[in-house]
Design a protein around this ligand. Structure first.
Ligand SMILES: Nc1ncnc2c1ncn2[C@@H]1O[C@H](COP(=O)(O)OP(=O)(O)OP(=O)(O)O)[C@@H](O)[C@H]1O
Length: 751
């Protein structure tokens, strides 16, 4: 840009040469202060008339009438009362006449390009119509005595308006202005009103007023900064009015009574999670996390806290060895958890299951602080206790998980599980999702079956017909269906099975089939014994492992697959159930391909040793157990499912390795399938996969990958037979009730 020095044009006759008396600006002084160049930010200079006369004690600036080319006039901190000279400056764009004694609001003809005006610290009392000042974009009227905002309606370029420290009690006349910055601090406002249509507002200063509520800000979606320092806001809930302002980054509530509220800062940070600065202090990531964990903790956090609490209290107790937690080489303590939203039928199904499969399961009775419904039996449906007693049990470290639901506490004690374990049975319990999450942190490794309503109307109808719930309780129960469905969708394998429970009879049939699949009870046995399932109904699987067994339609519809994706328990890892081992496994870093290959080789060795194909390093281990006591195993532990023609090791291997599981193999509710096929190489067809170990070799997974919530988990162990039965209690091996097993047992004895 060409730089030019220009000579200021002055109308000669009107120029006063000298300052005649104090406070009168002379042409000489004025000329000496005029600069003709401006600068761009880039450093380039441009043609520009600028006069700056701050702090000159000036009263009379009428000499400036002849400075018609002025574009910027700065006369702050003087004693000017009259600025009519501005009428002669048609090119004026910026005027700073702050800290003067002007009482006449815009007492001059409008320069058509006037953009920025600063009249702060003057003596103005009344605003007048500024329709002619169409270019005005920034207006500073702080520290005057205005009582009302008016006359700005047609300033359609006005983006910055400051009227702090006036006497304004109401915001008005700013509708539809394109204001981005509005400062009204130090006035007399009690309410925020008249801002509804100022959609462009980004910065709002309402400090030093008497405002009690944030209502009136809710539609200002571009707001990024609100200063409400020193007002009368006393409720944290007021922040809800600005909750939906997603661009709000800076909020100042210093000097408001609300600051006295307990947990004020965390609560506000929780309510306004986009804030970056609160009360002039940066909001840290730690504060954001703490606030969420405090006021709306994710389910995982709740479960982790619950687990931690119970564990700590448990550790504080004298240590006791429990039947249910004694480590065993091949299996964790068997448990079945039915989960789903309230009133979905899981409790009834659990009771029925325990009745019908009484040789395998017993109901694990939870504690609750809610009162019994009509017909409920203390100690059977729940242990009904007071909140005080419940807390005492918490502090005794007896719970393995607890949860709050509908204002009541629920919890499952180790003793409840232990009562069942002593009977030699598996524990069957029902609980909500939070309970499942907490239980997954414990060293128990139950099967989790989700019972979920798919017909909303029917489910609601059922809840209503129970006559136990208020409408809001029903709403809550219904809303939790999505929670379960999303969990199932987002965490494949979290639940081992999903069963729609719109029709309880159908649901029970499915549940029964799933359980029979777990227990390896075949349909033949069921046919012989009608609905009564017992250890005698167990299948004979050797020679045609479960892979070959055509799955029933029911199990297919439930699991969505006929594959057996169960991961066999690694027999070489007897300490798997050990709690610290498990934690270590969870924390251990991802295995490298080489490590995985090595683990697979080791497992392959184990498998081969088990089926007797190679005398691997582990063969002795299993040989001894299988060879020394095959008949006793067959007669005492029918759930290991030895077959007629099983010749010790091989049959054990096939029974252990092939228990069907639908973990990670569900298609219900959008669940991704992990099918038999998934475990095959691309050129294999399902038929190609030979039953038994070859196929299983493809599904085996390193034990270190097992973890709570994983879709790969150890098989549900054989459920111990009811030690209650006289046969099981007899000291000498009694003949197995199953003829096939009996024969085999006798053959072995003879052998
Ligand atoms: N220990 C526990 N942990 C977590 N949830 C539990 C526990 N015990 C019970 N629940 C669940 O708490 C919810 C409320 O139970 P409650 O027995 O009071 O209600 P309900 O109306 O009888 O429902 P439901 O018929 O499903 O049991 C139920 O979903 C129940 O399964």
């Amino acid at each position: 840009m060409e730089v030019k020095q220009v000579i200021l044009h002055k109308r000669s006759g009107e120029v006063k040469q000298h300052c005649k008396k104090d406070g009168v600006l002379t042409a000489e002084v004025a000329s000496s202060r005029v600069s003709h160049l401006g600068r761009f930010g880039t450093g380039l200079q441009y043609f520009y008339h600028h006069l700056s006369l701050p702090n000159h004690n000036l009263r009379d600036v009428s000499v400036l009438c002849s400075y018609i080319h002025l574009q910027k006039l700065e006369v702050p901190h003087n004693k000017i009362k009259d600025l009519s000279c501005v009428s002669h400056m048609p090119y004026l764009a910026i005027l700073d006449a702050s800290h003067n004694e002007i009482s006449d609001f815009f007492g001059f003809q409008p320069p058509k390009n006037l953009k920025e005006v600063n009249f702060s610290h003057n003596c103005m009392t009344k605003m007048k119509d500024l329709s002619a000042y169409t270019s005005l974009s920034k207006l500073d009227l702080d520290y005057n005595s205005f009582t009302e905002i008016s006359g700005l309606e047609r300033c359609c370029e006005l983006t910055h308006l400051s009227l702090t420290h006036n006497k304004i009690s109401k915001i008005s006349g700013l509708d539809n202005l394109p204001l981005t910055d509005l400062c009204l601090g130090g006035n007399q406002m009690e309410r925020i009103e008249g801002l509804e249509n100022m959609k462009s507002l980004q910065v709002l200063d309402l400090s030093l007023n008497r405002i009690t509520s944030l209502s009136g800000l809710q539609n200002l979606h571009l707001l990024g900064s609100i200063n409400l320092e020193k007002n009368l806001i006393s409720e944290i809930q007021e922040c809800k009015h600005v909750h939906d302002l997603f661009l709000l980054r800076n909020l100042n509530l210093l000097g408001n009574p609300v600051q006295e509220q307990p947990d004020y800062r965390l609560s506000v940070i929780f309510l306004l999670q986009h804030l970056a600065v609160l009360d002039q202090e940066k909001v840290t990531a730690e504060e954001k996390v703490s606030s969420v964990n405090k006021y709306d903790p994710p389910l995982d956090v709740v479960a982790a806290k619950d687990h931690m609490t119970n564990l700590v209290y448990q550790l504080m107790q004298p240590q006791v060895l429990y039947d249910s937690t004694l480590p065993s080489a091949d299996s964790p303590y068997p448990m079945l958890v039915l989960t789903g939203p309230q009133g979905c039928g899981k409790r009834e199904l659990a009771h029925r299951l325990c009745q019908e499969f009484s040789e395998y399961f017993a109901y694990g009775t939870c504690h609750t602080t809610r009162g019994p419904y009509l017909g409920e039996v203390n100690g059977s449906d729940y242990h009904f206790v007071s909140e005080e007693d419940f807390q005492t049990i918490v502090h005794m470290g007896k719970f393995i998980q607890t949860m709050k639901y509908g204002g009541h506490s629920y919890g499952l004690t180790r003793d409840s599980i232990e009562d069942v374990a002593r009977e030699g049975l598996a524990c069957c319990v029902h609980m909500e999702l939070e309970g499942v999450l907490s239980l997954k942190y414990s060293h128990f490794e139950p099967r989790y079956i989700l019972l979920i309503p798919t017909q909303l109307e029917k489910y609601m109808g059922h809840l209503k017909s129970r006559g136990l719930y208020t409408p809001s309780q029903i709403d809550m129960a219904v809303s939790r269906i999505d929670l379960y469905a999303n969990f199932n969708r987002q965490r494949p394998g979290f639940f081992d099975n999903v069963i729609p429970c719109d029709d309880w009879e159908e649901a029970y049939q499915m549940l029964g089939q799933v359980v029979k699949d777990y227990l390896l009870l075949d349909e033949q046995g069921e046919g012989q014994n009608n609905n009564r399932a017992s250890p005698d109904n167990r299948s004979t699987v050797s020679g045609h492992g479960p892979e070959e067994k055509p799955p029933s339609d029911l199990s297919r519809s439930v699991s969505g697959t006929m594959s057996h994706s169960a991961t066999p328990l690694d027999p070489s890892d007897p300490a798997y159930r050990n709690y610290s081992t498990k934690i270590q496994a969870q924390l251990s870093p991802q295995k490298s391909p080489a490590e995985l290959a090595s683990i697979r080789r080791r497992e392959q060795l184990v498998r081969e040793a088990i089926v007797g194909r190679s005398p691997g390093v582990y063969s002795q281990l299993f040989k001894s157990s299988a060879q020394t006591a095959p008949s006793s195993l067959q007669s005492h532990d029918p759930d290991t499912h030895f077959s007629e023609d099983s010749s010790s090791d091989g049959s054990r291997a096939s029974s252990v390795l092939s228990v069907p599981s639908s973990a990670g193999a569900l298609s219900v509710l959008g669940h991704t399938l992990e099918t038999h096929k998934d475990h095959m190489t691309s050129d294999q067809t399902p038929d190609d996969a030979s039953p038994g170990t070859d196929h299983l070799a493809t599904v085996i997974t390193p034990s270190s990958e097992r973890r709570p919530g994983s879709n790969i988990k150890p098989i549900l162990p054989p459920i111990p037979t009811g030690r209650k039965t006289p046969a099981a209690l007899s000291p000498s091996p009694s003949p197995s009730p199953n003829p096939a097993v009996r024969e085999q047992g006798e053959a072995n004895k003879e052998g």
